[in-house]
Design a protein around this ligand. Structure first.
Ligand SMILES: Cc1cc2nc3c(=O)[nH]c(=O)nc-3n(C[C@H](O)[C@H](O)[C@H](O)COP(=O)(O)OP(=O)(O)OC[C@H]3O[C@@H](n4cnc5c(N)ncnc54)[C@H](O)[C@@H]3O)c2cc1C
Length: 266
């Protein structure tokens, strides 16, 4: 089998759950500079084996062509060759069951090009930053914090992450550690299907925001002049939060038309 387009090697794999993993890869050649929050393309050939717990794919890929999908980089922007991704398995999908079947030492394709305008560096210094995520939508925020938290002592930085279970919070330890270390950073996980041991919030992120958590817990009233919102994850969640923020005068950020609402849907 021809694997000539492969240009990176799996260097780490942590299964957070059977369908959620942190994947670390080493690229053969260093990648160019990137900004926290950007994404690149991962790829595997159609002939690669699927994970044991996947389901049959609805559309069969061609064996000898690369299946390619975008993934947010979770690494700090100073990394050049060691890149980290947080990936959810779509059991009937084409690429993720093949990615979940990879082991340390296996090869894959990683694009040279790194893109995206979901970037913390485009927000003004001193503005408060609210980062809202469901699922693997936390990945760009891990990169934001690893890259920038030390540079933004004047900004309140708040991550609000929605998930079903405690074990779906793949970066819980790192984000909790950051919260204890930096006085301006706050981590707010909220679970919709938590067990009795969970003493945090138990609402969806939408419900939490509509119950004025930002005003009550952090003394922040959404105002596009002072507070920038990042929203990443499930398209329904993104739509609900965008609509809610539009009520406060927010408009979506575009490269040629800046706004204080940054959106990435996966
Ligand atoms: C800019 C960008 C960044 C992204 N970053 C990440 C990331 O960091 N981590 C990550 O896990 N994914 C990320 N994605 C999604 C990723 O690109 C793939 O779409 C996803 O991994 C599914 O690929 P697949 O080939 O397995 O499924 P496909 O064969 O492409 O999809 C099969 C079907 O599943 C649906 N589907 C796609 N994603 C999901 C999902 N999450 N849950 C349920 N159904 C789904 C599709 O609509 C399609 O109908 C990102 C997408 C974009 C656009």
């Amino acid at each position: 089998m021809d694997t000539s387009l492969y240009n990176a090697t799996v260097s780490g794999k942590v299964l957070v759950t059977p369908d959620l993993m942190i994947l670390q890869v080493d690229t053969d050649e260093p990648r160019g500079k990137f900004e926290a929050g950007q994404y690149l393309i991962l790829g595997l050939y159609g002939f690669e084996k699927r994970s044991f717990n996947s389901e049959p794919e609805s559309v069969l890929p061609e064996e000898d062509s690369l299946i390619k999908r975008p993934y947010a980089i979770a690494s700090a922007k100073s990394e050049k060759s060691q890149l980290e991704f947080y990936i959810s398995q779509v059991k009937s999908g084409q690429l993720t069951p093949r990615l979940f079947n990879l082991d340390i030492g296996d090869r894959l394709y990683v694009s040279d090009r790194i893109s995206g305008i979901f970037r913390l560096d485009e927000t003004p210094d001193g503005s408060d930053i609210i980062m809202i995520a469901t699922g693997t939508g936390i990945a760009p925020y891990v990169s934001f914090l690893r890259s920038h938290i030390i540079e933004r002592p004047e900004s309140k930085m708040i991550v609000i992450q929605g998930a079903r279970h405690r074990w779906d919070l793949g970066y819980f330890s790192e984000l909790s550690f950051l919260e204890q270390t930096y006085a301006n950073f706050f981590y707010v996980p909220t679970l919709t299907d938590a067990d009795n041991h969970w003493d945090g919030y138990r609402l969806s992120v939408e419900e939490l925001l509509k119950k004025d958590i930002l005003q009550n817990d952090f003394n922040i009233t959404p105002d596009p002049e002072f507070t920038h919102f990042f929203v990443c994850g499930n398209p329904d969640m993104v739509a609900h939060i965008s609509e809610w923020l539009e009520g406060f005068g927010y408009k979506r950020h575009h490269a040629d038309d800046p706004g204080a609402l940054y959106i990435e849907e996966f």
